[in-house]
Design a protein around this ligand. Structure first.
Ligand code: PMV
Length: 349
């Protein structure tokens, strides 16, 4: 049965606040991964993907227009951002300004409750929150599909964080404007499936290779990439059926093989991209042990060493304890499905 906290709020996304706009978005974890962009400028993925938005690690972003300013200012977790992180935000604001026909610069203040760049989907929550806040601040009235397409331009996984629960992101068809129009996420309603996702944080530090650089190298050099991309289609079809059945074992098996396959494509890149560390492998061993002992638990990993383990909520404490014992020094946290991105109203803290 769905419980209260799985209800997906449909907040007022179009409300423009007097002093800018503040939006909150949560990260999502893909059960069917996207890896590789067929258009880097427009951020269009090669493959469809399907994810679960989490109820932990939100990003809160405020965008205030600053008509007197000559340049945008970007605060990331309280510190002035520079280099690539700032440039990605400025490029995104340029896109929003172009869509809105506006020229004012903005002050952006973004706070992550998740370590940035550690493969914990901070770019997903970050660009989903920025899309919702910037669209409101610049007076753009976008529906959820348009917001998802906009968030995608920041980071393809962010397209999915516009939605709560489970979301499917279309790789889209055609090239150029046609690809841009047809690549967006949409919700996959699965009201009766509410698994737990135990996150084993084996290393919260930033990754050595950005996902952007890693996926480019994988697409260009890995002989396994095309095979994985083809198998992704079958995985997605099977995943949708498994989700609708509420079949945790099938969902978990498909998610685990899909993630391991994605990492295999990276290991075969030249030179290899390896995000998985000894602690990751120890956690994967813990997951196998859980299954041998009769507890359904299935792993997925993104562009980092941390492991997310899908299980029944009633088993989450046992799973967490096993993962901690497998990788001493790590920390664990249990997530459930969470809400979509939304504007925060003035009376919220
Ligand atoms: O969010 P990006 O564009 O940095 O790419 C990350 C992609 C994965 O997290 C590895 C997979 C996915 O579909 O989220």
């Amino acid at each position: 049965m769905p419980t209260d906290h799985v209800r997906e709020p449909t907040g007022p996304r179009e409300r423009v606040l007097d002093h800018g706009a503040t939006a909150v978005a949560h990260p999502n974890i893909a059960l069917i991964k996207y890896w590789g962009k067929r258009d880097e400028r427009l951020v269009v993925p090669y493959v469809d993907s399907l994810s679960m938005t989490l109820d932990v690690f939100p990003t809160t972003t405020t965008v205030r227009l600053d008509p007197g300013a000559a340049a945008d200012s970007v605060l990331l977790d309280g510190a002035s951002a520079g280099g690539e992180p700032r440039q990605r935000v400025v490029d995104f604001l340029d896109l929003v300004r172009e869509l809105a026909g506006r020229t004012e610069r903005a002050a952006v203040d973004t706070r992550n409750a998740v370590p940035t760049g550690a493969g914990l989907a901070s770019s997903a929550s970050g660009f989903a929150a920025l899309a919702v806040a910037a669209a409101a601040a610049y007076g753009l009235r976008l529906d959820d599909t348009a917001l998802s397409r906009l968030a995608r331009r920041g980071s393809a996984s962010a397209a999915r964080s516009i939605f709560g629960g489970f979301a499917l992101c279309h790789a889209g068809q055609g090239v150029g404007a046609a690809a841009d129009r047809s690549s967006y996420a949409e919700p996959v309603p699965v009201p009766d499936f509410d698994p737990a996702l135990v996150i084993a944080l084996v290393n919260a530090g930033p990754k050595a290779v950005s996902s952007r650089a890693a996926m480019r190298r994988t697409v260009e050099t890995s002989p396994l990439y095309q095979a994985w991309a083809a198998s992704n289609k079958d995985d997605l079809a099977e995943m949708r059926a498994a989700l609708h059945r509420g079949d945790l074992d099938a969902v978990g098996e498909i998610a685990e093989r899909n993630a391991l396959g994605m990492h295999a494509t990276m290991l075969a890149a030249r030179p290899a991209v390896r995000y998985l560390s000894p602690a990751t492998v120890a956690v994967l061993d813990g997951v196998l042990q859980l299954r041998r002992d009769g507890t359904p638990a299935y792993a997925t990993m993104d562009a980092g060493p941390n492991v997310k383990v899908l299980c029944h909520p009633a088993d989450a404490d046992r799973v967490a304890a096993t993962l901690l014992a497998a990788a001493p020094g790590s920390s664990v946290l249990t997530a459930r499905r969470g809400p979509g991105a939304r504007l925060r109203t003035g009376d919220e803290p």
